[in-house]
Design a binder for this molecule. Structure first.
Ligand code: DQA
Length: 145
């Protein structure tokens, strides 16, 4: 089955965007690193980045029909604004982990509220891009439990 890795707005710039906060790793690097980990556990990893809320929502809806067992999502700034992404995740009822590269709790006050955290299986933040790997390991363990 599939593990879907969703990346929200501006994360296409990862690697060049505010590298003092987000580091030098790119989305392609993350996919290269995580794909074999997922594969070894019998999962197909699919990564999708979009700057458009509706694209993320449509992909979440499609996940209900395509054998997605688990979603890993870094919603970017939509974390702090999007009731619609929350409703999509709640609507498809697929377990998900929320990932943030930076420690949102150590930043501006507007980053300290998430519309997703209370319905997530868990939240990882502040551990850099390693958070994606940790989230994948947790997802694999939860699906196989
Ligand atoms: C982020 C944190 C968000 O507040 C911000 O808008 C992002 C990235 C992170 O990974 O640290 O775009 O989700």
């Amino acid at each position: 089955s599939r593990i879907l890795l969703l990346q929200g707005p501006n994360l296409n710039l990862l690697g060049t965007r505010e590298p003092h906060i987000y580091g030098a790793t790119t989305l392609a690097d993350i996919e290269t690193q995580l794909t074999p980990v997922a594969k070894a556990a019998g999962f197909e990893l699919e990564q999708l980045q979009s700057n458009a809320e509706h694209v993320l929502i449509d992909r979440i809806h499609a996940a209900r029909e395509d054998g997605t067992a688990f979603i890993l999502i870094n919603p970017g700034a939509f974390t702090h604004t999007s009731v619609a992404i929350r409703d999509a995740l709640a609507g498809v009822d697929i377990p998900f982990i929320e990932v943030h590269i930076s420690n949102v709790h150590a930043r501006e006050p507007f980053r300290q509220h998430s519309y997703l955290s209370d319905i997530a299986q868990g939240v990882i933040c502040g551990l850099g891009v390693q958070g994606y790997e940790l989230a994948l390991q947790a997802a694999i363990r939860q699906v196989n439990a």
